[in-house]
Design a protein around this ligand. Structure first.
Ligand SMILES: Cc1cc2nc3c(=O)[nH]c(=O)nc-3n(C[C@H](O)[C@H](O)[C@H](O)COP(=O)(O)O)c2cc1C
Length: 354
């Protein structure tokens, strides 16, 4: 029986355990989307994870959906991330960059030069977002032309090259939670009638080609994808997700990716998770559906072979030494949602270790 505290091979390296820091936006980048010394401190504190997956990082200017999120699309951002990755590596950690293009989840007030958010189709998400200038309704996004779809894919590949130059051990494409890749996968946000929309084989094309482009740029063994089948977050409508995700995994399975990361939505999703796990031949990272934040009770999923690694979000945010605390089934510091997004060291780097 494999335990979560045994090593696992991912991206050409041996990770010390099977516990991953789940990607979490913390909105503490400096002006120009620059990771600061405080960001380096936050990740370095969590270097006892087998794998750190960074917060969502925009691969392009228009890919930014929230205030104070970092980028990987210019030299200054690359240099700043280098300090983070060096610090994590010096502490014995491994770190992947999560590339997150937020698509229609964003707002013109967050973007320069009169840019507006982009999406597969001109369908606004219902709801509001925090812009730094109060809560605002989502706007109707600009529908990407065929040429612009290809540019968005090329931007992922370029940002992946930048990630490697910045010292990241690999790149996870954010295909979950209603952002651009998910917007292409889901019929509610993708009304296209060209090769990027309509039947399943067209709706998965953007995800597949983005993964392939990143794999061509930095190597498949350093490329990963996160998905959240059926997750309605950010106004996603995906009534029958299983066919699309099985088709997607079928297309990317032969590439030899670093891992597939599934964020499980809802307790009834386990069967679908198991089907994807069985279908994918590489390392399988699971962020399981749980009541409240994922904790030590999830460790049995490794023992039972449901996943090769487990991703922990809120509890890892609040417990920099989470792997040690999981080993003893707690106790845990309690996450404080009022300091999740934005601000300073408070609720970021000041959670105590034991
Ligand atoms: C503050 C916060 C920020 C998040 N930001 C991201 C993100 O940038 N990318 C992503 O894929 N998921 C993001 N998530 C989702 C987490 O990765 C994770 O799926 C979620 O917290 C559920 O796991 P848990 O029960 O262990 O917290 C975020 C979650 C939280 C709490």
């Amino acid at each position: 029986m494999t335990s979560a505290f045994e090593p696992v091979h991912v991206a050409g390296a041996t990770l010390s355990n099977r516990i991953a820091l789940a990607p979490m936006t913390r909105s503490r980048a400096g002006a120009g989307g620059i990771a600061t010394g405080l960001v380096a401190e936050y990740y370095t504190q969590r270097a006892s994870a087998g794998l750190i997956i960074s917060e969502g990082i925009q691969p392009s200017v228009v890919g930014q959906g929230y205030p104070f999120t970092p980028g990987l699309h210019n030299a200054e951002q690359v240099a700043a991330w280098r300090e983070v990755t060096d610090s994590v590596h010096a502490a014995g950690g491994r770190i992947f960059a999560q590339l997150m293009h937020s698509g229609r989840i964003g707002h013109p007030t967050l973007l320069p030069d009169g840019l507006v958010p982009v999406a597969p189709s001109a369908v606004a998400a219902q709801g509001q977002l925090f812009t730094g200038d109060g809560m605002k309704d989502f706007v109707t996004p600009h529908e990407l032309t065929g040429a612009e779809v290809r540019e968005a894919i090329a931007d992922f590949a370029e940002a992946a090259r930048n990630a490697v130059e910045a010292g990241f051990d690999g790149v996870e494409l954010h295909g979950a939670n209603g952002y651009l890749i998910h917007q292409f996968l889901a019929p509610g946000s993708n009304l296209r009638t060209d090769e990027w929309g309509g039947p399943v084989e067209n709706r998965i094309r953007f995800a597949v080609e983005a993964v392939e482009a990143v794999a061509a740029a930095i190597g498949a063994e350093r490329t990963a994808l996160r998905v959240s089948p059926g997750n309605p977050y950010n106004d996603i409508s995906e009534p029958d997700p299983q066919a699309a995700y099985e088709a997607l995994v079928k297309e990317i399975d032969g590439l030899g990716l670093a891992y597939l990361h599934v964020l499980e939505y809802g307790p009834e999703a386990r069967e679908a998770t198991l089907a994807l796990r069985k279908q994918f031949s590489g390392p399988f990272v699971l962020n399981p559906a749980t009541e409240g934040p994922t904790d030590h009770r999830a460790l049995s999923l490794i023992e039972d072979g449901v996943a090769d690694l487990l991703a922990f979000g809120a509890l890892f945010l609040a417990n920099p030494d989470l792997p040690e605390r999981l080993r003893t089934a707690g106790p845990y510091n309690t996450p404080d949602p009022t300091t999740f997004f934005g601000g300073d060291a408070r609720g970021y780097t000041d959670y105590p270790t034991r």
